[in-house]
Design a protein around this ligand. Sequence first.
Ligand code: ZN
Length: 230
Amino acid sequence: MKKILDSLLYLLYPELCLVCGNSLVEGETVICGYCENNLPRTRFHDDSDNLVSQLFWGRVNLKAATSFLFFRRKGVVQQLMHQFKYKGEREVGRYLGKIFAQELVVSENYSDVDCIVPVPLHPDKQKKRGYNQSEEIARGMSEVFQIPCKNNLIQRAVYTSSQTKKSRFNRWENVSSVFVVPEPEAINYKNILIVDDVVTTGATLEACAQKLLQSTNSQVSIATLAVAYN
Ligand SMILES: [Zn+2]
Protein backbone atom coordinates (compact mmCIF):
# COMPACT_ATOMS: atom_id res chain seq x y z
CA MET A 1 0.00 0.00 0.00
CA LYS A 2 2.79 2.40 0.94
CA LYS A 3 4.52 1.61 -2.32
CA ILE A 4 1.41 2.45 -4.35
CA LEU A 5 1.00 5.67 -2.39
CA ASP A 6 4.65 6.57 -3.00
CA SER A 7 4.26 5.96 -6.73
CA LEU A 8 1.14 8.11 -6.82
CA LEU A 9 2.90 10.87 -4.92
CA TYR A 10 5.78 10.61 -7.30
CA LEU A 11 3.48 11.07 -10.30
CA LEU A 12 2.04 14.17 -8.71
CA TYR A 13 5.29 15.57 -7.34
CA PRO A 14 8.24 14.07 -9.18
CA GLU A 15 11.56 14.71 -7.50
CA LEU A 16 13.79 16.85 -9.67
CA CYS A 17 17.54 16.90 -10.11
CA LEU A 18 18.88 19.92 -8.20
CA VAL A 19 21.35 20.66 -10.98
CA CYS A 20 19.56 20.17 -14.32
CA GLY A 21 15.93 20.02 -13.19
CA ASN A 22 15.10 16.74 -14.94
CA SER A 23 12.94 14.19 -13.09
CA LEU A 24 14.89 11.71 -11.02
CA VAL A 25 14.38 8.03 -11.75
CA GLU A 26 14.32 5.19 -9.25
CA GLY A 27 17.61 4.86 -7.38
CA GLU A 28 18.58 8.49 -7.91
CA THR A 29 18.55 10.98 -5.04
CA VAL A 30 19.19 14.74 -5.05
CA ILE A 31 20.83 14.84 -8.49
CA CYS A 32 20.51 12.64 -11.57
CA GLY A 33 23.11 10.10 -12.67
CA TYR A 34 24.26 12.29 -15.54
CA CYS A 35 24.91 15.30 -13.30
CA GLU A 36 26.57 13.10 -10.66
CA ASN A 37 29.00 11.78 -13.28
CA ASN A 38 29.74 15.32 -14.41
CA LEU A 39 30.49 16.85 -11.00
CA PRO A 40 33.83 18.74 -11.15
CA ARG A 41 35.84 16.21 -9.11
CA THR A 42 39.36 17.12 -7.99
CA ARG A 43 40.64 13.50 -7.75
CA PHE A 44 43.23 14.81 -5.28
CA HIS A 45 42.93 12.09 -2.63
CA ASP A 46 45.94 9.91 -3.46
CA ASP A 47 48.18 12.89 -4.27
CA SER A 48 49.96 14.09 -1.11
CA ASP A 49 51.16 17.30 -2.80
CA ASN A 50 47.76 18.47 -4.01
CA LEU A 51 46.45 22.03 -3.99
CA VAL A 52 44.60 21.59 -0.69
CA SER A 53 47.49 20.02 1.25
CA GLN A 54 49.81 22.74 -0.10
CA LEU A 55 47.53 25.32 1.47
CA PHE A 56 48.53 24.01 4.91
CA TRP A 57 52.26 23.58 4.34
CA GLY A 58 54.26 25.40 7.01
CA ARG A 59 51.10 26.07 9.01
CA VAL A 60 50.01 22.78 10.53
CA ASN A 61 51.34 19.24 10.31
CA LEU A 62 48.55 17.26 8.65
CA LYS A 63 48.60 13.60 7.70
CA ALA A 64 46.68 14.38 4.50
CA ALA A 65 44.27 16.92 3.04
CA THR A 66 41.89 16.88 0.10
CA SER A 67 38.65 18.22 -1.36
CA PHE A 68 35.98 16.43 -3.35
CA LEU A 69 34.91 19.13 -5.84
CA PHE A 70 36.09 22.37 -7.42
CA PHE A 71 34.03 25.35 -6.35
CA ARG A 72 33.77 27.96 -9.08
CA ARG A 73 31.71 31.13 -9.10
CA LYS A 74 28.33 30.45 -10.68
CA GLY A 75 29.29 26.80 -11.13
CA VAL A 76 27.35 23.63 -10.33
CA VAL A 77 28.92 23.26 -6.90
CA GLN A 78 28.01 26.80 -5.90
CA GLN A 79 24.44 26.05 -6.96
CA LEU A 80 24.33 22.86 -4.89
CA MET A 81 25.90 24.53 -1.85
CA HIS A 82 23.41 27.34 -2.02
CA GLN A 83 20.50 24.89 -1.83
CA PHE A 84 22.28 23.11 0.95
CA LYS A 85 23.22 26.11 3.10
CA TYR A 86 20.35 28.49 2.61
CA LYS A 87 17.35 26.52 1.38
CA GLY A 88 17.31 23.93 4.11
CA GLU A 89 18.19 21.04 1.81
CA ARG A 90 19.93 18.99 4.46
CA GLU A 91 19.87 15.81 2.41
CA VAL A 92 22.12 17.48 -0.19
CA GLY A 93 24.95 17.50 2.35
CA ARG A 94 24.39 13.89 3.38
CA TYR A 95 24.26 12.76 -0.21
CA LEU A 96 27.43 14.64 -1.24
CA GLY A 97 29.17 13.39 1.92
CA LYS A 98 28.34 9.82 0.93
CA ILE A 99 29.62 10.01 -2.64
CA PHE A 100 32.74 11.84 -1.40
CA ALA A 101 33.39 9.13 1.19
CA GLN A 102 33.06 6.38 -1.42
CA GLU A 103 36.18 7.83 -3.06
CA LEU A 104 38.05 8.46 0.21
CA VAL A 105 37.46 5.12 1.87
CA VAL A 106 39.46 3.37 -0.85
CA SER A 107 42.36 5.86 -0.66
CA GLU A 108 45.41 4.75 1.36
CA ASN A 109 45.66 8.23 2.87
CA TYR A 110 42.24 8.01 4.52
CA SER A 111 41.27 4.35 4.89
CA ASP A 112 42.60 4.12 8.49
CA VAL A 113 40.74 7.11 9.96
CA ASP A 114 39.24 6.47 13.45
CA CYS A 115 36.59 9.17 13.62
CA ILE A 116 35.13 12.08 11.69
CA VAL A 117 34.84 15.54 13.23
CA PRO A 118 32.80 18.30 11.56
CA VAL A 119 33.96 21.92 11.98
CA PRO A 120 31.54 23.30 14.56
CA LEU A 121 29.25 26.15 13.61
CA HIS A 122 28.62 28.90 16.11
CA PRO A 123 25.48 27.98 18.12
CA ASP A 124 23.72 31.20 17.06
CA LYS A 125 24.28 30.44 13.40
CA GLN A 126 23.22 26.85 13.87
CA LYS A 127 20.02 27.98 15.54
CA LYS A 128 19.29 30.30 12.63
CA ARG A 129 20.02 27.72 9.95
CA GLY A 130 18.64 24.78 11.86
CA TYR A 131 21.68 22.60 11.25
CA ASN A 132 25.44 22.61 10.80
CA GLN A 133 26.20 21.96 7.14
CA SER A 134 29.59 20.40 7.94
CA GLU A 135 27.91 17.96 10.30
CA GLU A 136 25.50 16.85 7.56
CA ILE A 137 28.44 16.13 5.25
CA ALA A 138 30.30 14.37 8.08
CA ARG A 139 27.27 12.19 8.87
CA GLY A 140 26.99 11.08 5.26
CA MET A 141 30.70 10.25 5.29
CA SER A 142 30.57 8.36 8.58
CA GLU A 143 27.84 6.09 7.17
CA VAL A 144 30.15 5.02 4.35
CA PHE A 145 33.29 4.78 6.50
CA GLN A 146 31.30 3.05 9.27
CA ILE A 147 33.14 5.03 11.92
CA PRO A 148 31.68 7.53 14.40
CA CYS A 149 30.94 11.17 13.60
CA LYS A 150 31.88 13.09 16.76
CA ASN A 151 30.25 16.48 16.63
CA ASN A 152 31.04 17.57 20.19
CA LEU A 153 34.69 16.64 20.22
CA ILE A 154 35.71 20.14 19.24
CA GLN A 155 33.59 23.13 20.20
CA ARG A 156 33.43 26.83 19.50
CA ALA A 157 34.27 29.03 22.49
CA VAL A 158 33.68 32.60 21.40
CA TYR A 159 31.98 34.30 18.55
CA THR A 160 34.00 35.40 15.51
CA SER A 161 32.49 38.20 13.48
CA SER A 162 32.23 37.77 9.73
CA GLN A 163 35.65 36.83 8.40
CA THR A 164 35.14 37.52 4.76
CA LYS A 165 36.81 40.93 4.56
CA LYS A 166 39.83 40.20 6.74
CA SER A 167 43.38 39.28 5.76
CA ARG A 168 44.78 35.86 6.44
CA PHE A 169 46.79 37.10 9.42
CA ASN A 170 43.81 38.77 11.02
CA ARG A 171 41.70 35.75 10.35
CA TRP A 172 44.20 33.56 12.12
CA GLU A 173 44.24 35.88 15.11
CA ASN A 174 40.50 35.79 15.02
CA VAL A 175 40.04 32.04 14.91
CA SER A 176 43.05 30.66 16.82
CA SER A 177 41.38 31.02 20.21
CA VAL A 178 37.82 30.10 19.31
CA PHE A 179 38.01 26.30 19.47
CA VAL A 180 38.18 24.13 22.55
CA VAL A 181 38.55 20.38 22.96
CA PRO A 182 36.79 19.53 26.26
CA GLU A 183 38.24 16.02 26.51
CA PRO A 184 41.65 16.00 24.81
CA GLU A 185 42.56 12.59 26.27
CA ALA A 186 39.67 11.03 24.32
CA ILE A 187 41.66 11.46 21.11
CA ASN A 188 45.09 10.34 22.28
CA TYR A 189 46.53 8.01 19.61
CA LYS A 190 43.55 8.67 17.33
CA ASN A 191 43.55 9.39 13.62
CA ILE A 192 40.98 12.13 13.07
CA LEU A 193 39.40 13.42 9.88
CA ILE A 194 38.15 17.02 10.07
CA VAL A 195 35.31 17.79 7.65
CA ASP A 196 34.11 21.15 6.34
CA ASP A 197 32.08 22.42 3.38
CA VAL A 198 34.39 24.78 1.44
CA VAL A 199 38.07 25.59 2.05
CA THR A 200 39.29 29.06 1.04
CA THR A 201 42.18 30.35 3.21
CA GLY A 202 42.07 27.34 5.52
CA ALA A 203 42.35 29.49 8.67
CA THR A 204 39.41 27.85 10.47
CA LEU A 205 40.54 24.34 9.58
CA GLU A 206 44.10 25.16 10.64
CA ALA A 207 42.87 26.33 14.05
CA CYS A 208 40.78 23.15 14.50
CA ALA A 209 43.68 20.93 13.47
CA GLN A 210 46.09 22.70 15.88
CA LYS A 211 43.72 22.07 18.76
CA LEU A 212 43.26 18.38 17.95
CA LEU A 213 47.02 17.90 17.53
CA GLN A 214 47.59 18.96 21.14
CA SER A 215 46.50 15.47 22.23
CA THR A 216 49.13 12.74 22.61
CA ASN A 217 50.09 11.17 19.29
CA SER A 218 46.95 12.25 17.53
CA GLN A 219 46.96 12.48 13.74
CA VAL A 220 44.80 14.85 11.76
CA SER A 221 43.64 14.89 8.14
CA ILE A 222 41.28 17.34 6.44
CA ALA A 223 38.56 16.67 3.89
CA THR A 224 36.33 19.40 2.51
CA LEU A 225 33.46 19.01 0.12
CA ALA A 226 34.84 21.75 -2.12
CA VAL A 227 37.88 23.94 -2.72
CA ALA A 228 37.58 27.46 -4.08
CA TYR A 229 39.19 27.46 -7.53
CA ASN A 230 39.28 30.08 -10.25
ZN1 ZN B 1 20.69 16.38 -13.52
